[in-house]
Design a binder for this molecule. Sequence first.
Ligand code: ADP
Ligand code: YYY
Length: 233
Amino acid sequence: MSLTIAIDGPSGSGKSSVSRRVAAALGLAYLDTGAMYRAATWWCVQQDVDLSDQDAVSALVLELPLEMGVDPSGPTVHVAGTDVGEAIRESSISTAVSAVATNLTVRDEMRRLQRAIIDAERSGGFSSGGGVVAEGRDITTVVAPDADVRMLLTASEEARLARRARDVHGADDAAAVDATRDEVLRRDADDSTVSQFLVAADGVVTLDSSGLDLEGTVDAVLAVVSQVTGSSR
Ligand SMILES: Nc1ncnc2c1ncn2[C@@H]1O[C@H](COP(=O)(O)OP(=O)(O)O)[C@@H](O)[C@H]1O
Ligand SMILES: Nc1ccn([C@H]2C[C@H](O)[C@@H](COP(=O)(O)OP(=O)(O)O)O2)c(=O)n1
């Protein structure tokens, strides 16, 4: 049986880490849609385009030579044959990505690509039975509102800042948390002008991971999947 799981949430809520593990546990493909917006941003920066020039950014992204690898044990992102998996996580990209992700032509194109990948995986790409865990900001609402399981992963601002500070600066003291505010809070504010990921839409199950560790959050998602699908696969 093919299974599509859609997970949205703000920065640092744990979408990527949790979705990847859920996909591995269920033998499904894993699609990180945020990585696609990051790759588009990397490409525009590489091509020296002014990110505030909406037309120039749109034109470039419509030709984006992007390839997403969806194996949860080693997801990959290639642009024009270059492995950009690490480069797209740099702070310079995190700071710039919302300018590209709020461009509506870019969003249309990214959604088209995301639906194509999800559809291909539904009918058996990575997973023999077919299926995918796709995560981002508008997967439950716009990209795959027909997913079998739709979840909003949340966490308190404090937990999200501390997690991102540990990831980026290796510490969660006051200075590290402060240095992370722009990457988390300003970005969420900008991103939420074009996507609704702070409150669950109708039919979307909310999971607050503030008081859970990674393993506990994965287990909680798997429990929701079992409940919704009526099987533990
Ligand atoms: N309960 C939890 N759920 C998910 N991630 C957690 C949890 N506690 C700590 N973390 C850590 O927080 C970070 C979450 O980052 P990430 O998965 O990139 O979030 P997002 O994709 O939502 O921005 C990871 O380093 C992860 O290991
Ligand atoms: N479906 C999506 C996924 C991500 N985005 C945007 C919002 C984010 O600022 C960037 C990067 O997303 P990503 O999930 O990598 O962000 P995190 O750093 O994990 O919080 O892309 C989006 O607009 N729609």
